[in-house]
Design a protein around this ligand. Structure first.
Ligand SMILES: Cc1ncc(COP(=O)(O)O)c(C=O)c1O
Length: 386
């Protein structure tokens, strides 16, 4: 008999007993009316706090069409595409519509295969890029569901990794390398600058494309609008989703270079029934415009809050000295013991703080505009639970 939270549903993860009834700002409320400080924010979705009044009003006032058939055109699609492309790395000139991150990744893999005529990929070992079969193949999926041939590059991502990558690319059969520019799914793994800046010249030398997956890192999480801005790197394709709407609707997108867009149009399939649903597009436009307008203030706040988190964490007494890794408000403490990480996360939850435990890593992803009092209250709970 499944636990109450999983009845009728198939679900991964151990938090199914939190029956969410409400979410406001930095807080989640459950059916027992318990209030949790949210340092997960839906895992990089609610970057700007839950239930933002401006977005709520926008959803309530939406007066557009219920639905637009994917082969018609719709002005807000172009508006959103233009807005996103204006913020993205140079060289990306068009957008593919998707319902979420996995579909965006899938489109990128499709474009890479069609454009290069190759079937193989390189990905970072143990990465995560979504739950579709292509995405699981380039991610940490079980061998039984891997449908693509994927070579895995083992971190650390440094000059040596670049050499190992070159050895693989020399066979000239790799369609694309896919990775997160800062790997949220690997406990905020930060590639070295030389690695990231050597990628495009190296990949292109051997006819391989570079896909940067900004589904989790996008929209300010790491202290830049996109994590790729930490490096001088121009990807061939970039995926986005999650915080594009801040959680008020579902969306995903693939941003890509012109010739790749043309390949997809001529030879591929980009039909997505609910990709860029009018309501989602309206919310995304309002959200991304707000982010764009408030970008410098928001990123300055991320910087200050990140420093505060770092100082507090360094002063805490963990069982063993952790390895801290952070960029902006993507904050990881590798406590070197999976059981301890899980125990701490469970204790925090019991005391009203939600954070993530991934293997031996405690991961904190608070809202980018979290106020100091809430940040302090959350960190006080963490300190008491160590
Ligand atoms: C880096 C990355 N790519 C892709 C995905 C898949 O996105 P979605 O769950 O919207 O399909 C995720 C989801 O966590 C992710 O973290």
């Amino acid at each position: 008999m499944p636990r109450a939270g999983k009845r009728f549903l198939v679900q991964n993860g151990g938090n199914a007993d939190i029956e969410v009834t409400r979410a406001r700002g930095n807080y989640i409320y459950d059916a027992r009316d318990r209030k949790y400080i949210d340092f997960m924010m839906g895992w990089c979705v609610g970057n700007f706090g839950w239930a933002r009044p401006a977005l709520r009003r926008r959803v309530g006032a939406f007066d557009g069409p219920d639905y637009v058939y994917p082969e018609y055109t719709y002005k807000p699609w172009r508006e959103l595409a233009q807005l996103l492309l204006g913020l993205a790395p140079e060289g990306l000139s068009r957008c593919c519509r998707a319902t979420g991150g996995s579909e965006a990744v899938e489109l990128a893999l499709q474009a890479a295969m069609l454009h290069t005529g190759r079937m193989k990929f390189v990905a970072i070992e143990d990465a995560y890029h979504g739950n579709t079969l292509g995405a699981l193949s380039v991610g940490d999926g079980d061998d039984a569901v891997r449908v693509l041939s994927v070579a895995r590059l083992k971190p650390p991502l440094d000059a040596d990794a670049l050499d190992r990558l070159e050895t693989r690319l020399k066979r000239r059969d790799v369609a694309a390398l896919i990775m997160e520019p800062i790997a949220m799914n690997l406990g905020v793994l930060i590639p070295e600058t030389d690695f990231m800046e050597g990628l495009v010249p190296l990949c292109h030398r051997y006819g391989t494309l570079l896909i940067l997956d900004e589904v989790a890192t996008g929209f300010g999480r790491t202290g830049k609008l996109f994590a790729s801005e930490y490096y001088d790197v121009r990807p061939d394709m970039m995926t986005i989703a999650k915080a594009a709407t801040g959680g008020a609707a579902g969306i995903g997108g693939l941003l890509l270079r012109e010739e790749l867009a043309e390949t997809l149009e001529e030879d591929g399939n980009v039909y997505s029934t609910y990709g860029w649903h009018p309501l989602s597009v309206d919310v995304a436009i309002a959200n991304v415009r707000w982010v764009k307008r408030n970008q410098s203030r928001l990123l300055r706040q991320v910087d200050r809050t990140s420093t505060y988190f770092a100082q507090r964490l360094r002063d805490m007494s963990f069982e063993e000295e952790p390895e801290f890794r952070w960029r902006g408000l993507a904050i990881a403490a590798d406590v070197r013991d999976e059981k301890y990480a899980e125990r701490v996360a469970n204790r925090c939850r019991a005391r009203g703080l939600l954070l993530d435990a991934q293997d031996s890593v405690l991961l904190m992803l608070p809202a980018l505009n979290v106020d100091r009092a809430t940040a302090k209250a959350g960190l006080d709970i963490l300190e008491a639970c160590l």
